[in-house]
Design a binder for this molecule. Structure first.
Ligand code: GLU
Length: 557
């Protein structure tokens, strides 16, 4: 047995004493996927360190659409090899959030906690023997070596490099364990000195190679010469090794990931090469930005509540609206597409890499989210608004849920105002938390404006006319009137008290009139709702019912 074999044996005995699967057996369990030509296999590979970040949802959405629009596969892989950072329950939360936003996974962990799909396990901590088998192969081929440097030693190295303004890392003369003599290594192993396994990089930093990025095009980068850690002393691999092995075995064709990995691509290419595997195509996406005091910055997990997807749920944004907003961030032509086919499922929109290229990072804009959300809610039927609204309220506002459930028919009629017909469509609801305010004035217990307050809102109306106008309206009010008959009556009242029947009439001769029919309608609107802006007044009266209309108007008569 030569020295290298002895080292491999000692490393094995210490780091992975169990029987390791043979590489050819592993490969047999992960046969090439049989998919239509051009089908993409993508994945989202979060580390379970907390909630799903909106950037994670964005990447997941893009990856899912890119796969499914080609008849491919999208899967969820939990990258939990950094046990120190793991948060219990986080992977279940991530799976649940993806499901909530309609991101369909074909393989991986389901929200119920099961794994589906034939290329698993999809949780990296359950794959330790697989990684060990590949590490062993690198050790046997002299492409990896044990490193006994302690954390303190590598930190000291780093400090020295910083001081000398040198490139940071474990390379060249800094890679001290790379050149340790076999005797020395064997002795350290026998003494049970803790160790990690490092890559013996074959690269030369002075060589430039062309790297193609799906979103950024081709760039010239230096070859990797860092002997990075492949396996930590706890026997679990680092991201670099683990994702290379997994993306190979699981047949990933396209990797969309955060641009913090951009500088590691050359290393990842080398690792694929060491195993003679074809690497996936990489696309590095810049983090979502926000405006902060006039300048852009990255959305921060720690400081920005809107970084967490749970924020959108708490506020009551329908998941479909958040998804449409993210599609709009991803491909700016989505907006035109949506305008051209307002009723189409957003899944039929084809995302493209070309349009995705935005190296400086998409800018998050709440105004835009609200606008998109209003459009999305405008397309819902009254029943859908009710169903989704009440489901949200049960989780976040029990008082609202109770009110809606106790008056479900009335509530649905309210949501039916300016909805579903051919006329004007209401666009006043951006999120389910808005429903409370939209419902309030329809209910007597929450319509609490006093007579004095209502008159105060009508301060710029002719106060003497208010009583007379309401009295006239009450005189002729017939709940059975169709909207045009109803409006004609209001026009007549307007004319009787010196208001123009239309804006056009008023403009032709402003001196003659006190105002227009709109000023008259405003009196009813305020008397009924306490507001100057509401959906269609005729519909409001119809939905409120005669008794309530008479009671409220009479209060000002
Ligand atoms: N676990 C890595 C992360 O959370 C995944 C990156 C990738 O998608 O490959 O950043």
């Amino acid at each position: 047995m030569d020295e290298r074999e002895k080292i491999v044996q000692e490393v094995r005995a210490r780091m992975f004493p169990e029987i390791l699967p043979a590489i050819h057996d592993i490969e047999k369990n992960y046969p090439p996927r049989h998919l239509p030509a051009g089908a993409r296999v993508t994945r989202i590979a979060p580390s379970p360190t907390g909630f799903l970040h909106v950037g994670g949802l964005y990447t997941a959405l893009i990856s899912e659409r890119l796969a499914h629009q080609t008849g491919g596969i999208f899967y969820l892989r939990i990258e939990d090899t950094d046990k120190k950072r793991e948060v219990p329950g986080a992977s279940a939360l991530i799976a649940a959030s993806l499901a909530q936003y309609g991101i369909i996974i074909d393989e991986g962990q389901t929200p119920a906690g099961q794994e589906i799909g034939p290329y698993g396990p999809y949780t990296q901590s359950a794959r330790a023997p697989i990684y060990a088998a590949y590490i062993k192969s690198l050790l046997e081929r002299g492409l990896a070596y044990p490193c006994f440097c302690t954390h303190e030693e590598t930190e000291a190295m780093r400090a020295q490099q910083e001081l000398g303004r040198m490139r940071l890392g474990y390379y060249g003369r800094w890679a001290v364990c790379r050149t340790r003599s076999p005797d020395d290594v064997l002795e350290a192993l026998k003494k049970n000195t803790p160790f990690a396994i490092r890559f013996r990089s074959p690269g030369d930093f002075n060589n430039k190679i062309a790297v193609v990025d799906l979103l950024r095009g081709t760039r010239e980068l230096s070859e990797n010469d860092q002997d990075i850690v492949l396996m930590k002393s706890d026997g679990l691999p680092t991201y670099h090794l683990a994702h290379v092995v997994d993306d190979h075995l699981m047949g990933t064709t396209h990797v969309i990931r955060g641009d913090e990995w951009l500088s590691s691509v050359t290393l990842h290419m080398q690792l694929f090469e060491m195993f003679s595997w074809i690497p996936p195509q990489y696309g590095h996406i810049a983090p979502i930005q926000k405006m902060d005091g006039g300048s852009k910055r990255k959305l921060s997990k720690r400081h920005d509540p809107e970084a967490s997807v749970s924020f959108y749920d708490e506020r009551g944004y329908p998941p479909a609206a958040v998804i449409e907003y993210l599609l709009n961030l991803a491909n700016s032509n989505f907006e035109d597409w949506r305008r051209a086919q307002p009723d189409e499922d957003s899944r039929t929109f084809i995302l493209t890499f070309e349009k995705l290229a935005n190296p400086s990072g998409a800018l998050f804009d709440f105004m835009k989210l609200n606008d998109i959300s209003k459009d999305v809610v405008a397309r819902f039927s009254a029943e859908e608004v009710y169903e989704q609204g009440v489901a949200w309220a049960r989780r976040h506002n029990s008082g609202l849920a109770e009110r809606m459930e106790r008056n479900s028919e009335y509530t649905q009629k309210i949501f039916g105002i300016e909805r579903g017909g051919t006329g004007k469509i209401r666009k006043d609801i951006a999120k389910w938390s808005d429903l409370k305010g939209e419902l309030e004035y329809f209910f007597d217990d929450s319509f609490q404006e006093s007579r004095a307050e209502l008159l105060q809102i009508l301060f710029d109306s002719e106060q003497d006319d208010i009583k007379k106008i309401i009295a006239s309206f009450l005189d002729g009010y017939d709940e059975g009137d169709a909207s045009h008959a109803w409006f004609e009556k209001i026009q007549e009242i307007a004319a009787r008290y010196g208001y123009a029947k239309s804006a056009k009439e008023y403009k032709a001769d402003p001196e003659t009139y006190k105002g227009t029919v709109a000023d008259v309608a405003k009196i009813f609107r305020v008397a009924l709702t306490g507001r100057t802006q509401t959906p269609d007044l005729y519909s409001i009266m119809q939905v409120m019912g005669k008794e309530r209309v008479l009671k409220r108007l009479s209060a000002l008569a």
